[in-house]
Design a protein. Structure first.
Ligand code: GLP
Length: 260
């Protein structure tokens, strides 16, 4: 498809930036990449994300399952994060989101989200370690999808998250909570905590696909791609991954072309 502009940076790691014509093009490109991974390795391990950005990708995967017989029966999926302590039956949980927007509509039976049912520190620590072990037991994540939070988070790794962090309980950034407030019916209803895969967990994936859509992401995309790599903006760590592909729509990429 010649409509895409791909920028191959010559410094840092071998990440690529694709500025697609629009959101639909991102969804088709990314869904194709996920479908290829599943076809080439039926028992592949996918890392999945939530938020509004992946919705079109999931819709395209559902279409491929329905119309093209894309078979997820041997694949395993691990989600990045979950609000603490929203149990699966809570309609605002990411578990409910994944069920409604993907897993109820394809034939994947092995899908997991971080466990947010535990209450003591020790139990939480143990269930986070179990999540990491389960990922390892499946052979590690082949392809991880992530979005950019406006705070600079990936998963729910907010500013200050260390590059060697693994799955753990975290406190949400005020900006993250404010962004989620409309869907929760107001800020007081937004959880203050979440369990998220760590930066190390995310960067251990063999392929990383990062997507950003819309004008509201332009500033954090610019910072993530040009500021020094540090835990102040966890999304800068994407640049250290050996095989990261970044997909942006034109509004999200807008500030990349401006001179600093
Ligand atoms: C939440 C998720 C992130 C996601 C972010 C962006 O905070 N935990 O994983 O990247 O939302 O969401 P959106 O795609 O709606 O902008």
């Amino acid at each position: 498809m010649t409509r895409f502009i791909t920028i191959q940076p010559i410094r840092e790691n071998s990440y690529s930036i694709t500025i697609a014509e629009n959101y639909e093009e991102i969804c088709i490109r990314v869904a194709e990449q996920i479908a290829r991974a599943v076809r080439e390795k039926p028992n592949c391990v996918l890392g999945l994300a939530t938020g509004s950005s992946p919705l079109g990708i999931y819709a395209e995967l559902i279409r491929m399952y329905r119309d093209e017989g894309l078979d997820f029966s041997e694949a395993t999926c691990f989600n990045l994060d979950e609000y603490y302590p929203l149990l699966p039956e809570n309609p605002m949980s990411y578990h409910a989101y994944m069920k409604e927007n993907l897993f109820d509509k394809i034939n994947c039976r092995k899908w997991f989200l971080p466990d947010v049912s535990k209450s003591t520190d020790l139990e939480i620590e143990r269930s986070c370690a179990d999540y990491e072990e389960r990922i390892q037991a499946c052979g590690g994540i082949d392809l991880q999808l992530i979005g950019f939070g406006r705070s600079g988070h990936i998963g729910f790794n907010e500013p200050g998250s260390a590059p060697d962090s693994t799955t753990r309980l975290v406190k949400l950034h005020p900006m993250t909570r404010a962004d989620a407030a409309p869907s929760f019916g107001g800020l007081p209803h937004v959880p203050t905590l979440a369990v998220t895969m760590g930066i190390k967990t995310i960067l251990s994936a063999r392929t990383l696909i990062a997507i950003a859509v819309g004008e509201s992401k332009a500033e954090i995309v610019r910072k993530s791609l040009s500021d020094p790599i540090s835990s102040l903006i966890p999304a800068t760590y994407i640049r250290t991954h050996p095989n990261a592909r970044i997909y942006l729509d034109p509004p999200a990429a807008r500030l990349l072309c401006e001179r600093q």
